[in-house]
Design a protein around this ligand. Structure first.
Ligand code: ATP
Length: 735
């Protein structure tokens, strides 16, 4: 353990007791009114509008003075420690649930699995196909493609298992990529019934007789990489050291050579820069300004992109401009989905982009841009293909059941495994040199902010861009920052913050992003806001614009009045002509319930209303793939998935929907109780995301008696009422 990590651990206790690593911390005194429209007096830290950015972080990193690097990185290490502790505790609790029904009801484990097939993939990984005996469908689960998992023996609670990543999932089978072959007893191979297509039972043997269990796993690698990057960042000098000092408030950021706190940008230079850019995309004026501003920033600039305002489009243009100037760019985001959204734009603008990351986590449509695919299609990789074929062959031979009792076959098997090891070594070394060549040739590398240090080794970049940067914790930023000459952060602090499991870490600042901190510290000079949105009908946009963005959003003419009934094959009626609809369930007795065996909430009454609305939409000609249902609670999303069977309809939690859009969105607020408790619905950023996903129609189902005890929801209900879109559930048929 590093000395900082040790120090951090011992400090973690005092952190939980509410102390910070900052000496003389006077957090709570930054009220210097740096941002425009300061409506809020800073008394309510739950409000998150830009106008409310004057609100100090309750106990987080101070923004009114430079941060001492040692204190700062120590604080970040403490957050990571608290977070790791919370993650370990959560998973330990889950793995203790050994009984099938209980373990699987969490959605984070699948038990009693047979291994029905395996192959070798890139870099000598094993791809293991697992299924339930008899080809039964897998239970509802949260193991998505890309989820880190632990594969262990089902009948052995002491088995620590091996680490893997989900690489494919179907209704009745799941594929895991691992570095190790999970075999307990090689002699124990015997034929068993397996599964075939569509879950039919066929005579396909389970290739290993053991039963397996899959559990979601903690991602220790990420934390270790972050700690290592922070240790380097604390010591680093030169250009990266200067950028660190700017981000810590020790040095002032510069634009066009001038410190931002003393000079407004010279309008003439700005105009000159703007005129000089040969834009590759059709951008609106705020987007163009943002591009020019980013190009002029000497060290760091921020693009604030409210929902649907073309943040990703804008940063793709910034990257294209930077490449045009002969620069190399690292384009990152905290999630794989956000990286892929950006990659989708980039590949339309330039050819030489490489997506680094596990291919299992990359959109199917973008596979050809992954490092794996590019290495595979490299002419020099035919050698690797031959070696891999040989490896597969050897493994199949080695896994044949042993028939003789004399030990000869056992000896042969050991030799075969040795040979397999040697081949894997050769494959790896060949691949390493091709990987290096592909990466060196790329103009832009796209990756999540959890960077594979081995793949990118010593690469540094003229520009590092982090999209959705408000979803990234500060410790999560340093791997990317260390490789940057200049840094552009894009995001929206009024949407979801990063996921932080530890309440203690969240309370002392881990959920506040670097972008948010820099805006606090430097104010308007450090960011440009995009204001024209291309998603929502104006009525859908207005509430969010007024509440979160100082009423600055403008609906582009192409979407301003678009309606559901304008879609081909959708019948025109009052229902499809109105962009807003709110169904108030107050008085109907639709009380929330706690999911059996779980912590999450569901609401059967609201689900019934959602079902009725979806049916009405389908009857009007709206197709499933044009509809999304958003539930703040996973249990309600699961409940609805079991009850709704319209082809193509998407049902997910708010977190699953950030960055997405649909023609029509239904939200089931779920909370309904006599005490007016609303749990994490009180985080308005979550509601902001849910309310801004719909293009042409937004339907909200909720209980005013519970929700409207809170100002935000009371305003929301009033907004629907004023728009003539409020209906009590009693006005619906069947209720
Ligand atoms: N200047 C523009 N002219 C026309 N359409 C645009 C323009 N800028 C963005 N769009 C369109 O607006 C939509 C949203 O753009 P984009 O995905 O870049 O936004 P975003 O801000 O990243 O979205 P999100 O809110 O999901 O984070 C896309 O369909 C995009 O093509």
């Amino acid at each position: 353990m590093s000395s900082r990590s040790r120090k951090a651990r011992s400090k973690a206790k005092s952190q939980r007791e509410g102390k910070t690593a900052f000496k003389n911390s006077d957090a709570g005194s930054f009220g210097d009114g740096i941002l425009s429209g300061g409506k809020n007096n800073g008394s309510d830290s739950s409000k998150v509008g830009l106008a409310n950015l004057n609100v100090p972080y309750p106990e987080g990193l101070p923004t009114d003075r430079p941060l001492d690097p040692e204190d700062y990185f120590e604080q970040l290490a403490i957050w990571l420690d608290l977070e790791a502790e919370a993650e370990r505790a959560r998973l330990a609790k889950l793995r203790q649930i050994r009984s099938q029904r209980d373990a699987e009801s969490t959605g984070q484990a699948i038990v009693g699995l047979d291994m029905v097939d395996y192959h070798t993939g890139l870099a000598g990984r094993y791809l293991l196909d697992l299924a339930k005996p008899g080809g039964k469908d897998l239970p509802m689960n949260r193991l998505k493609v890309g989820s880190p998992v632990v594969l262990s023996m089902d009948d052995d609670p002491s088995d620590q298992g091996i680490a893997g990543v989900v690489s494919r999932r179907k209704n009745h089978s799941i594929q895991i990529a691992t570095d190790t072959f999970p075999i307990r007893d090689q002699d124990d191979l015997k034929k068993k019934k397996g599964v075939g297509k569509h879950g039919k039972s066929v005579q396909r043997p389970a290739v290993v007789s053991d039963r397996f269990r899959l559990d979601m796993s903690p991602d220790e690698t990420t934390r270790l990489r972050q700690l290592a990057a922070m240790a380097r960042a604390q010591e680093i000098r030169g250009r990266s050291g200067k950028l660190r000092d700017v981000l810590l408030g020790i040095k002032t950021p510069r634009v066009d050579g001038n410190p931002i706190d003393t000079h407004d940008i010279d309008p003439e230079s700005f105009q000159f820069e703007l005129n000089d850019i040969d834009f590759r995309t059709e951008l609106n004026p705020p987007q163009r300004d943002a591009v020019a501003f980013a190009m002029m920033a000497d060290d760091v600039a921020i693009i604030h992109g409210p929902p649907g305002t073309g943040k990703t489009t804008t940063i793709a243009e910034i990257i294209a401009q930077s490449v045009e100037r002969g620069e190399r760019v690292l384009a990152c985001a905290a999630s794989n989905t956000a990286v892929d959204n950006l990659l989708e734009r980039l590949v339309r603008l330039m050819p030489n982009v490489v997506r680094v990351g596990h291919p299992a986590r990359v959109f199917e449509s973008l596979q050809e841009h992954t490092l794996d695919a590019l290495v595979e299609s490299d002419p020099t990789s035919t050698v690797i293909k031959d070696l891999r074929r040989e490896l597969d062959q050897i493994l199949r031979e080695a896994n044949r059941p042993i028939r003789d009792s004399g030990g000869r076959e056992r000896k042969q098997r050991a030799e075969l495994f040795n040979e397999a090891g040697r081949l894997r070594g050769m494959i790896r070394s060949q691949e390493r040199s091709i990987v290096r060549a592909v990466i060196d040739r790329a103009d832009v590398i796209c990756t999540t902010t959890t960077i594979d240090e081995e793949l990118l080794s010593d690469q540094s970049f003229d520009l590092v861009v982090v999209d959705e940067s408000c979803q990234c914790t500060e410790p999560g930023m340093w791997q990317a920052i260390l490789r940057a000459d200049r840094l552009i952060l894009a995001g929206d602090h009024c949407q979801l913050p990063p996921t932080v499991l530890s309440d203690d870490a969240a309370r002392i600042g881990m959920r506040d992003s670097l972008m948010q901190r820099l805006v606090h510290r430097y104010g308007e000079q450090i960011y440009r806001r995009l204001t024209v949105q291309y998603r929502m009908n104006e009525s859908i946009m207005r509430f969010s614009s007024d509440h979160f963005y100082d009423s600055t959003l403008i609906a582009d003419a192409s979407v301003k009045r678009h309606l559901l009934c304008d879609l081909p094959d959708v019948e025109e009626s009052d229902f499809t002509r109105e962009p807003l609809l709110l169904i108030d369930t107050a008085g109907a007795g639709y009380e929330e319930e706690l999911e059996p065996d779980g912590q999450s909430k569901l609401n059967h009454g609201e689900a019934k209303v959602i079902l009725q609305m979806v049916k009405q939409l389908a009857d009007a000609g709206v197709t499933g793939d044009q509809i999304a249902v958003i539930a703040p609670y996973a249990a309600q999303a699961r409940n609805l998935r079991m009850r709704l069977d319209l082809d193509g309809i998407e049902i997910d939690t708010v977190d699953g929907f950030q960055g997405r859009e649909k023609e029509v969105v239904l939200i089931t607020m779920t909370r309904s109780n006599p005490d007016g408790e609303i749990g994490f619905l009180s985080d308005q950023r979550r509601s902001n995301v849910a309310l801004t996903r719909a293009k042409r129609k937004l339907i909200v189902v909720g209980d005013s008696a519970t929700l409207c005890r809170h100002d935000f929801y009371s305003e929301l209900f009033r907004y629907f009422e004023d728009a003539g879109a409020y209906h009590s559930v009693f006005t619906l048929d069947e209720h």
